[in-house]
Every structure is written in structure tokens, then in C-alpha cells.
Ligand binder design. Sequence first.
Ligand SMILES: NC(=O)c1ccc[n+]([C@@H]2O[C@H](COP(=O)([O-])OP(=O)(O)OC[C@H]3O[C@@H](n4cnc5c(N)ncnc54)[C@H](O)[C@@H]3O)[C@@H](O)[C@H]2O)c1
Length: 267
Amino acid sequence: MKNLFNLETEIAVVTGALGKLGPVWIEALLNAGASVCALDLAGARVSEDFSRLQGRFEETRLKLYRTDVRSRQSLEDVCRSCLADFGVPTILVNNAGIDSPPSKAAKAEGLEEIPFELNREIFEVNTLGLFQVAQVFGARMVAAGRGSIINIGSLYAGVSPDQSFYDHIPGFLKPPAYGASKAAVINLTRYLATHWAPHGVRVNALSPGGVLGGQDEDFKRKFCNRVPLGRMATSEDLYGPLLFLASQASAYVTGTELLVDGGFTAW
Ligand SMILES: NC(=O)c1ccc[n+]([C@@H]2O[C@H](COP(=O)([O-])OP(=O)(O)OC[C@H]3O[C@@H](n4cnc5c(N)ncnc54)[C@H](O)[C@@H]3O)[C@@H](O)[C@H]2O)c1
């Protein structure tokens, strides 16, 4: 049974590697035996969590590459480097995404005034960028005849954010384009899954609920009251679902959305 989740022969690509969840996915993959090509923007700072992993694993297991999911050319270049360094990727965690965190949105415009540009930026990274990463790395998987793609969605792909979670932050409005961009990711997941199933490539979405880390106490109290399991997700809560979708444990699972939300959407 242990072998079901063994990734020792696998080569994984993870986008958004230097953010909050990137190192969580990467740690799970490394601990299960995979080698990891970690992708992030040229300007993104190497986070403490990521450098801790670099301290634990040699560059033959974990290597950082700079790219922008919005640029086809930069993705093609990085894909060639990953192939040369590690071989054909067999797992892709399509994780890079942008949102508008409460701390940064104190002067948010009202719903009617949200600038077109803000919406465009969110869709460009979260939906079109994710699709482009799948095109570039998915093509190699299709040619090789196997692979597992995990698109990171969100609780808000399926439901609207409850704005009362944020009403202690004057003027803050959770950007509507965020959930819409993630809803599109779920549909793209189904499209890619059906298209690539005959080529041995599975495509699923993993949608986390709120993950603990840096939120203020008011938000946490309101959010947790709304979660049947009564708490936010921790990193440990995310390892199992990711490894399930990445490994042979989910060999007959494709085109699905795995919600890891503590039951939030169950009522
Ligand atoms: N943190 C949560 O509670 C939560 C909950 C549900 C879903 N998610 C989703 O999980 C994913 C990761 O979230 P996070 O909290 O780690 O976010 P984060 O902001 O901490 O990290 C995102 C990473 O993506 C990178 N990135 C942004 N634009 C990019 C681009 N154009 N090209 C390449 N890289 C780019 C950033 O540099 C950053 O390192 C996102 O897709 C997010 O929507 C997060």
C-alpha cells in the first residue's frame, strides 16, 4: 500500500514555488521521493520556507527556475532547462496565482469601480497563465504518454466569498475576479482531463479552503465559525490530498475537483 503514494521515479514542476503554499506542495513531493523543478517570477524573493528546503535537499532534487506564467517564451525556455536537468516532468502543480490580500486593499474601490486592469491581471495569471503552463509542460507529458497535472483552485471557485469575514477591514472587498478566475480553472481542468485522458495524462483540481498563516484574529474567528471542522487548514492538511492526486493512488481519477475546505461548502 505504501507504494501507492511513492513518487521516487517522478519529476515534478511546481509554479508559484516561493509563495505560501508553493513550499508546502514541494515538501510533500520531495518527502514522497520526487525531484522538483520549482518555478517563480524573476523578482520573487526566496522565502524562508523555500530556503529551508534548499538546505535539506541537493540541487539534483530541488532546483529553482525563474519564469513568468504569462510569457510563453519564458515557459518554453524553462521547460527546456527542466528537461535538460531532470528529464520529462511527470507531475505539474499549477499553483501560481494572485489575489488581493486584505492588508493590501484598504483603499479598495467599490464593486462598481473595480478597474478593468485589476480584473485582467487576475485572469491573466490565475486562468490564462495556468492554461499556458499546462500547454507547455502538458505537451511533453502527452508526448511521453503519462503525467498528472494538479491545478490549484480555491474554495471561492465554487462559492462567493462571505464579505462579512472582512467587514472589520474598512473598504476591503475580496476581488470578484479571483473566484471567477478559479471557477474557470475548474472548467479548464475538465476540458484538459478529457482531451488528454487518451494520452495517459490525468488533470485534476485541488481547491483549498482558507489556509492558516498571517490572518488577523477577527477574520480567523469569523471564518472558523463557518467551517464544519471548526478551523482553518494547516500545511499538513494539504500534503495528503496533493500526494493522492500526484500519485498512482488516484490512477482512475481525472477531471475532478478535490475540495480541501474542512466542509465549508457542505452547508
Ligand atoms: N493561501 C490560501 O489560503 C489559499 C487558499 C485557496 C487557494 N489558494 C491558491 O493557492 C495558490 C498559492 O497561494 P499562496 O497563498 O501560496 O499565494 P502567494 O501569493 O503566497 O504565492 C503565489 C506565488 O505565485 C507567484 N506568481 C505570481 N504571479 C506569477 C507569474 N505571473 N508567474 C510566475 N509566478 C507568479 C508569486 O511570486 C508567489 O511566489 C494560488 O493559486 C492561490 O489562489 C491559496
